[in-house]
Design a protein around this ligand. Structure first.
Ligand code: MN3
Length: 337
């Protein structure tokens, strides 16, 4: 009889513990690669301790801190967005969990995880090149005093920016100097590099670029920044830039921009005409309108060379603008199918 009692209380206890763990909102995910796989850039022992001790610790403390509170039912991002309303134990551990979850996914031993074209275009537009982006991030990481993170994020205007935060803060938090959604985060706490690099944070920051999962960073970027209609057709964006910088002043009576840039406008139209039209827009009417844009731009340039009266230039530019908008309209029709 006594034996049974012991047996049942053990079963009950195991069951209860299981329920407790099942209820805890956060748990440690497995890494998508082995602890050894990031060597020689990040060593196995650092990875084991970092994942199973540090990250696990943030999770346990977070679960404990929010147990029985409203926060238990909220998504982690919601907690972070209003972090100033929480005690610092939540700030440190909610940040610690979110940041490390992101960190593990943007690392990989796989060299084939390359950036997407759309992400690369954005990097070039914001930082000039991927190398200058990396050195800006490394510099930001070097100047972070004590423990913290360096981030590449997307702000609410869909622009990329680099920042760093202290401790386990991140750009999602309402306490961050510059707010946005991080797509790449580098842990610059000593626990992330000390065993291999000791005090040489700079060496760790140059080595880590060998194991960045650019495919995942690109995926996160593309999720936040919806594709523009003409992302696959840079020539039309180029033409539009010159067109709007010359047409709008002309409408207000200033013909100087078109007079000085008519050759450039014609060249952009020629480039548009010569490059293949992206498959999604490639239809007869669009092809014909692009061709007309090239011929008419040339005519406009010749008129300006011949110094014809202003009203004729204005009329010709306005017609050209109409042709351009015909193309834009045809591309939109295309999209609806
Ligand atoms: Mn860490």
């Amino acid at each position: 009889m006594k034996n049974y009692l012991i047996k049942y209380s053990v079963i009950f206890f195991v069951f209860r513990s299981f329920c407790f763990f099942a209820q805890a909102p956060y748990s440690l995910n497995r890494l998508p690669y082995g602890y050894k796989d990031l060597e020689p850039y990040i060593d196995e022992q650092t990875m084991i301790i970092h994942h199973t001790k540090h990250h696990q610790g943030y999770i346990q403390n977070l679960n404990k801190a929010i147990q029985g509170t409203e926060a238990e039912k909220l998504p982690l991002e919601e907690i972070l967005k209003n972090i100033s309303k929480y005690p610092s134990v939540v700030r440190n551990n909610a940040g610690g969990h979110y940041n490390h979850d992101l960190f593990w996914t943007i690392l990989t031993p796989d060299k084939n995880k390359v950036p997407s074209k759309r992400f690369m275009d954005a990097v070039k537009q914001h930082f000039g090149s991927i190398d200058s982006m990396k050195s800006l991030m490394s510099r930001e990481g070097m100047s972070r005093f004590g423990s913290g993170w360096v981030w590449l994020s997307v702000d609410e205007k869909k622009k990329l920016f680099i920042s760093s935060t202290p401790n386990q803060d991140n750009p999602l938090m309402d306490v961050a100097d510059k707010r946005g959604t991080p797509i790449l985060g580098i842990d610059v706490w000593e626990h992330a590099y000390y065993l291999k690099y000791q005090n040489k944070r700079g060496d760790y920051l140059s080595a880590i670029w060998n194991v960045i999962n650019w495919e995942e960073v690109s995926r996160r970027y593309e999720m936040l920044v919806p594709k523009g209609k003409f992302d696959d057709w840079p020539e039309i964006k180029e033409f539009h830039k010159v067109m709007s910088q010359t047409f709008h002043p002309a409408e207000e009576g200033n013909l100087e921009p078109i007079k000085t840039r008519s050759k450039e406008l014609w060249e952009k139209a020629e480039a548009l005409n010569k490059k293949p039209i992206p498959a999604e827009f490639n239809k007869k009417e669009i092809k014909a309108a692009v061709k007309k844009l090239a011929t008419d731009s040339k005519k406009l340039h010749e008129m300006i060379q011949k110094k014809v009266p202003d009203d004729k230039i204005k009329k010709s530019l306005s017609d050209l603008h109409d042709v351009f908008h015909t193309i834009v309209g045809l591309c939109s029709d295309n999209h609806e199918h």
